[in-house]
Design a protein around this ligand. Structure first.
Ligand code: 2HG
Ligand code: ZN
Length: 470
């Protein structure tokens, strides 16, 4: 083997050992081939990897961890690379932790086994590399559905969604990823495998290691598979896009729909500036006959057609016809959703965004909207602010384009504002590298100390995702 003659180069030695585990074609050393794994989706985060490795099984992941542990090489786990806080890409070279060189990126894409849906239990076991879209399609084929949906469904993977406790569009009905996870299989830093994939709904036998791994952002173990709960497939779905004067009215609509319409599963707010941006980026027509300051997309779904109760509720709210577009069939629903879902890509077309996914007590969202507009203008004058989010669960996405990637004055201003208003610095994207500096705003000294002790117990050498979360 040629690699055996490459002298003392430690990367070559690691590559050789990893090739014995996963096969040489799944150890990516070429800089051009590595490049897409080294930079995050936003373009704000990333750094060099020593190698990218693509194991096919949990046993191969365990062996990869063994090779890296023996040589003291840190590992960064990456699924579909749709994360927005830099948690699944290496740190910039100059910010790697002292004493650790470039990490190995462990790509989970080949952990793509999807078991047949267990229709008796309404559950499915999926490998970490299975995309959300595949889980959704498998559930639909069994007349079931998956409780989490995100716009990046075609790329986001089960492992990444577990590791970040992904939220998305249906949290107000089904909860976030945590609520769908019945068990996890993972490789720990010492190479041991913990596996809870039997799908027992009731299992009271000590610490829930699966739930500890949910939201741990790759710092406690490498998730290789998950047992997921499925929900009934709605027979009927209706989507309405409403033009409104502002956030306060949107919250009033959500309050009414919660009480009057069964099956409210999404309530998404955006504003005139965001709509204009999406329309010019995607070439979309105006959704309503006239412009409004704010727009709310609501989705109701159930075994019975929710459109009658929804129409009654909207009529009761006195919304004028010109403020309402309603869609019943799938293509029309997708057309309305596009105005909301295409915000992320439209924002990135302006430059590298600062993304702050914050959550507020719902009763303070209108107050926050006004305050954050002022705070952003003060911290980053002349920047572009695009605000939107999951108003049904209190989560606003604050996107700012203008300040350079390393200029975090605006991040600081927004996260301090959120904290002062009893909110949290991350609703669903996680802490990653982006918000580590501000974690003490969200967690007490006692909590941080307990988290550090957990990390030290499970990963004493700091092999897994160093520089992320803690
Ligand atoms: C969404 O809600 C995602 O579409 C991305 O969480 C949010 O682009 C963002 O800021
Ligand atoms: Zn979101």
């Amino acid at each position: 083997m040629r690699a055996e003659h490459q002298g003392d180069d430690p990367a070559a030695a690691v590559a050789r050992e990893l090739a014995e585990v996963v096969g040489a074609e799944h150890v990516l050393a070429d800089p051009d081939v590595r490049a897409p794994f080294e930079r995050d989706w936003t373009g704000r985060f990333g750094g060099p990897a020593m190698l990218v490795v693509r194991p096919k099984s949990t046993a191969e992941v365990a062996a990869v961890v063994g090779v890296c542990a023996a040589r003291g090489v840190p590992l960064v786990t990456q699924g579909g690379n749709t994360g927005l806080v830099g948690g699944a890409v290496p740190a910039p070279a100059d910010r790697s932790r002292a004493g650790t060189g470039a990490p190995i990126v462990v790509s989970t894409v080949r952990l793509d086994g999807l078991e047949p849906v267990d229709t008796v239990a309404a559950q499915v076991t999926a490998g970490a590399g299975v995309t959300l879209a595949r889980v959704q399609a498998a559930a639909a084929a069994a007349s079931l559905a998956f409780g989490v949906d995100v716009a990046a469904r075609d790329s986001a993977t089960v492992g990444g969604m577990v590791a970040t406790n992904a939220g998305g569009l249906h949290v107000l009905r089904h909860g976030a990823m945590r609520a769908q996870v019945l068990g996890v299989e993972a490789v720990l830093a010492d190479g041991s495998v913990v596996s809870r994939l039997s799908g027992l709904v009731k299992d009271n036998t000590g610490y829930d290691l699966s739930q500890l791994l949910v939201g741990s952002e790759g710092t406690l173990g490498i998730v290789t598979a998950a047992r997921l709960r499925l929900v009934p497939a709605p027979a009927e779905t209706v989507v309405a896009l409403l033009g409104l004067p502002g956030t306060a009215q949107a919250l009033a609509v959500v309050d009414t729909l919660r009480r009057k319409v069964e099956g409210l599963q999404a309530a998404e707010l955006f504003f005139a500036g965001g709509l204009d941006l999406v329309r010019s980026h995607a070439g979309l027509p105006a959704p309503l006959p006239r412009a409004w300051p704010a727009y709310l997309v609501v989705e109701c779904a159930g075994l019975h057609d929710p459109s009658g109760p929804l129409a009654d509720a909207l009529e009761g709210l006195g919304l004028p016809d010109e403020a309402t577009a309603v869609a019943f069939d799938a293509p029309s629903r997708a057309r309305l959703w596009a105005y909301r879902e295409r915000h992320t890509e439209a924002i990135s077309s302006l430059g590298v965004p600062h993304k702050l996914d914050v959550t507020l007590p719902q009763g303070r969202l209108a107050e926050f909207e006004a305050a954050v507009r002022r705070a952003v203008e003060e911290a980053a004058p002349g920047s572009t602010l695009v605000l939107f989010g999951h108003v049904g669960d209190g989560n606003f996405h604050v996107n700012v384009v203008g300040p350079g990637p390393d200029d975090d004055a605006v991040d600081d201003a927004v996260l301090r504002l959120v904290t002062a208003m009893d909110g949290s610095i991350s609703a669903e994207h996680g802490i990653g590298r982006a918000k580590m500096r501000w974690l003490p705003l969200a967690r007490s000294a006692a909590e941080l100390s307990a988290m550090r002790r957990l990390k030290a117990a499970l990963d004493p050498s700091g092999l897994l995702n160093p520089g992320v979360l803690l």
